[in-house]
Ligand binder design. Structure first.
Ligand code: PAF
Length: 283
């Protein structure tokens, strides 16, 4: 399969499919495919006639001190995997196709785009929202699929679709995990030796915290205990926070469904993960 590089070629192909009555799903990726991406493609295939996967390592969502230059890249391998997974078209624009000379309009998400990741990754959600909006406009897809692993990203994109009246359905897909619970991520490739084993502690601590909440432990105590354990297990804890699952506003003092979100550092690698929890009290 030859990847499509330009918006004009992309639109020509997608217009043909639309005229034939086909619905289209978009799976946005930065490549370095793993089983988490394959689950996104499966979810897309179940919902529409055609699946378009984008492959673009978006420079706009990397801060200057982040891993843009060494982010894992294997275009030929990714294209083979896309084909194998049943993708109909791979859209792999170059940086100048996505951001032509003079490009000057960006999206800045407030609300769910503030705090958590945004406090530790300068410009991240503006970079994500801008490229995702461009991909939505370029493809005109009916459906787009995002993983719950990047939960704040999923909420930010859902908020953008609602706020800007975009005609696209966002489909969330559950996190795919390694046998020891580590959430699949392209950046797991950075984990060498001991760190790979230590990384699995993140999900374990999140699940044990969920268990403590289920057993009726007050949320502030459960979070305090979890932070202490995370600090022992990892080099640094960027945040551990209980949030409303829809708006991401603080949820520690509420009852019912919530999301426990976390980011830690292990050597030079940053790990994020999250789990659904139920907060005790209230009806
Ligand atoms: O989750 C990712 O891989 C990226 O943030 C996305 C959504 C493809 C935008 O570049």
């Amino acid at each position: 399969m030859t990847p499509v590089r330009t918006v004009a070629t992309l639109r020509r192909q997608l217009d043909e499919w639309r005229v034939a009555g086909d619905t289209i799903a978009l799976v946005p990726t930065m490549g370095a495919l793993h089983d988490g991406h394959r689950a996104l493609i499966r979810a897309a295939r179940e919902r529409t006639c055609r699946v378009v996967a984008s492959l673009f390592v978006n420079p706009m969502q990397f801060a200057p001190d982040e891993d843009f230059t060494c982010y894992p890249r294997d275009e030929a391998g990714d294209i083979a995997s896309f084909l194998d997974a049943g993708v109909d078209l791979v859209y792999a624009p170059g940086t100048r196709d996505m951001y032509p000379h003079g490009f000057a309009t960006t999206v800045t998400p407030g609300g769910a785009g503030e705090g958590l990741e945004a406090d530790h990754r300068d410009g991240f959600f503006s970079g994500v929202a801008t490229v995702v909006l461009k991909l939505f406009m370029q493809t005109g897809a009916d459906v787009a699929v995002f993983g719950e692993k990047d939960y704040q990203q999923l909420v930010v994109v859902t908020q953008m679709v609602r706020d800007l009246d975009l005609r696209i359905d966002i489909v969330p897909v559950a996190t795919v995990r390694e046998a020891d619970g580590l959430a699949m991520s392209s950046r797991n490739a950075y984990l060498g030796g001991d760190d790979r084993q230590r990384a699995a502690g993140l999900f374990r601590i999140l699940m044990e915290t969920r268990g403590a909440l289920d057993a009726g432990e007050p949320p502030d105590t459960a979070v305090r205990n979890a932070v202490r354990r995370l600090e022992e297990a990892f080099d640094a804890v960027d945040y551990l926070s209980l949030r409303d699952p829809v708006t991401l506003s603080a949820a520690e003092r509420r009852a019912g469904a919530a999301r426990l979100l976390c980011a830690v550092r292990l050597g030079g690698t940053r790990l994020i993960d999250n789990v659904a929890v139920t907060l005790p009290g209230g009806e």
